[in-house]
Design a protein around this ligand. Structure first.
Ligand SMILES: NC(=O)c1ccc[n+]([C@@H]2O[C@H](COP(=O)([O-])OP(=O)(O)OC[C@H]3O[C@@H](n4cnc5c(N)ncnc54)[C@H](O)[C@@H]3O)[C@@H](O)[C@H]2O)c1
Length: 274
């Protein structure tokens, strides 16, 4: 989607961090922006700093009803939507052996269902207008995994998988898809994930340590600009950090080695139908 001037972006989790960076970059590209967040005060602060071209909206992405209400509010104010950034997300650094089921539910509800609800509520609209773009925020933790990130990477691998299928599904429908996989970004992720956690999904376990050192991460504004470049170019993977190359290669080599070992031991299956 090359010409962004006057078009409409909806960004979830835009009251802080990467979402705020995307919202600011979208506004700088001439887009009207719905700054959506579960923390309305933060969304309002960002929206008011962007002026008339932005509106604040409270949304809880773990609720389909709430995401549909956000879509309807965006349509009522701006008349259409062209770019949806399913960015809201939360983090818990739990080890799986002592994680509570509520820890799993919290991360899956926000990080995975949040993206699913965005796709469910907005995709028919974008397909019908034959123009649009969806950006799903995953993580470098959607490409590589390791403790104590097991719960988090479960949700982020799912977002990558969803996005890989989606980009193929809508390729001929005028709708682009990108998946954002950042390394460390300097945001409020660690503190805000605990501040907005609903009481009914509070396991009472303090999973804040050891937390990733996000304060040493790159600027969310830089990430926002890279996301807008991807929307313009139609790039699928948005990889903001290159220092994970060796670990990603190691993971992929392990899979290819297993394929070779299988073929050597049991013979090739190529030519057979799945
Ligand atoms: N910061 C990093 O290093 C990093 C790295 C990779 C991926 N990410 C991902 O980036 C995304 C944005 O996180 P961030 O780092 O900017 O953190 P952040 O906490 O600064 O911003 C996330 C925003 O999402 C909002 N939010 C949380 N739950 C919500 C819900 N249920 N509904 C609507 N809004 C909700 C929060 O209030 C917050 O304003 C997340 O998906 C996160 O997993 C972050």
């Amino acid at each position: 989607m090359q010409d962004l001037e006057g078009k409409v972006a909806v960004v979830t989790g835009a009251g802080s961090g990467i979402g705020e960076g995307i919202a600011r970059a979208a506004a700088a590209s001439g887009m009207k922006v719905v700054v959506a967040d579960i923390d309305l005060a933060k969304a309002q602060a960002v929206a008011s700093s962007l002026g008339e071209q932005a509106m604040a909206c409270r949304v809880d992405v773990s609720s389909l009803t709430s995401v549909e209400a956000m879509r309807d509010a965006a349509l009522e104010r701006f008349g259409s939507v062209h770019l949806l950034c399913n960015n809201a997300g939360v983090w818990i650094g739990a080890m799986m052996h002592d994680a509570d089921i509520k820890d799993w539910q919290y991360l899956i509800n926000v990080n995975l269902y949040g993206v699913i609800h965005g796709v469910k509520a907005f995709l028919p609209l974008l397909v019908e207008q034959g123009e649009g773009h969806i950006v799903n925020t995953a993580s470098m933790g959607g490409l590589i995994s390791g403790p104590p990130e097991g719960l988090y990477t479960t949700t982020k691998f799912a977002v990558v998988g969803l996005s890989e299928a989606l980009v193929m599904e809508v390729a001929d429908k005028g709708v682009g898809v990108s998946v954002l996989c950042p390394g460390l970004v300097n945001t409020n992720l660690i503190t805000q994930s605990f501040a907005v956690r609903p009481d009914e999904l509070d396991s009472g376990i303090d999973h804040q340590q050891p937390a990733p050192d996000v304060a040493n991460g790159i600027s969310p504004l830089v990430v926002g600009e890279q996301v807008m470049d991807a929307v313009r170019d139609g790039s699928f993977y948005v990889i903001t950090h290159d220092e994970y190359r060796d670990i990603i290669a190691m993971r992929h080599d392990g899979i290819l080695d297993a394929l070779d070992a299988h073929a050597k031991r049991y013979g090739s299956t190529s030519g057979r139908v799945l």
